[in-house]
Ligand binder design. Structure first.
Ligand SMILES: Nc1ncnc2c1ncn2[C@@H]1O[C@H](COP(=O)(O)OP(=O)(O)OP(=O)(O)O)[C@@H](O)[C@H]1O
Ligand SMILES: [Mg+2]
Length: 236
């Protein structure tokens, strides 16, 4: 089988104590959407952090476009084309929307105006609110700032840890539509989602993690159709 665009391959490791991840494999193809679901504490965020280099792996490797990047710092991974929106503290609340986007572009030395324009086209409300402190925005708008900020480095792969946390179903649908739009431009999306059913509906590939290990791995459609997955993880 061909090497995926990005893969965390057989990852084992934790935060210094006992291992949290056990032989966990997560991958995404170019321009596709891969979704990680699973119960609270399953290790979804830990798997994302491991792929982004915020966690030292005891075993396994992370490869981007076939290159082993396991030894790289998160900042070096950003330079390689990875963008990461963490589950918490993903914006600077006291800075304006526009300052947040500028901060997102920290590694760039070229003109960022065109990218900022793309972000404002994708999320028009952010243009209206660009001079406002990001902390004053609604939950859904803040998530747009967080995603927009990550897009400012022009990533090849965008990693999102629960982008729809705490937003209404309508806002969730809108955010998923924007995420699909981003993927259509060729950017790979690797995201963790609590709204498992809805996320798997837009997923090319899905991963059900339990206790730091892969429990089910298949296409989004196949997982949605699997009676065991439905019963245990999708509420029937
Ligand atoms: N910084 C940390 N230091 C030590 N242990 C941690 C740390 N962060 C998470 N853990 C532990 O790792 C395990 C997995 O946590 P993780 O945050 O990856 O789960 P999750 O699947 O993202 O959960 P949630 O759905 O609640 O976001 C938990 O047992 C948690 O207590
Ligand atoms: Mg988490």
């Amino acid at each position: 089988m061909a090497e995926p665009f990005l893969i965390g391959d057989a990852m084992t490791g934790g935060y210094g104590g006992a291992d949290i991840l056990h032989d966990c494999t997560i991958a995404v193809e170019k321009g596709q959407i891969a979704v990680i679901v699973g119960p609270n504490g399953a290790g979804k965020s830990t798997a994302m952090k491991a792929v982004f280099g915020m966690l030292k792996l005891r075993l396994g490797a992370v490869r981007l476009e076939g290159e082993d990047i396991s030894a790289l710092t998160p900042q070096a991974r950003v330079a390689k084309g990875m963008g990461f929106v963490p589950q918490t503290s993903n914006i600077f609340p006291s800075m304006t929307v526009e300052e947040n986007l500028e901060m997102g572009a920290f590694i760039r030395r070229d003109d960022i105006a065109a990218t900022m324009e793309q972000v404002y086209t994708l999320f028009p409300i952010l243009r209206d609110k660009r001079g406002q402190a990001a902390g004053e925005l609604s939950g859904g708008q803040r998530q747009q700032v967080a995603v927009g900020r990550a897009l400012m480095t022009q990533p090849k792969v965008l990693m999102l840890d629960e982008p729809t946390a705490g937003v209404s179903p309508i806002v969730m649908d809108e955010l998923f539509d924007r995420i699909i739009e981003i993927a259509r431009t060729g950017i790979s999306i690797l995201m963790v989602e609590q709204n498992a059913r809805q996320a798997l509906e837009i997923a090319d590939k899905g991963y059900v993690l339990v206790q730091g290990a892969n429990r089910y791995t298949d296409t989004g459609a196949a997982l949605l159709a699997d009676p065991d997955v439905r019963k245990s993880f999708l509420g029937g």
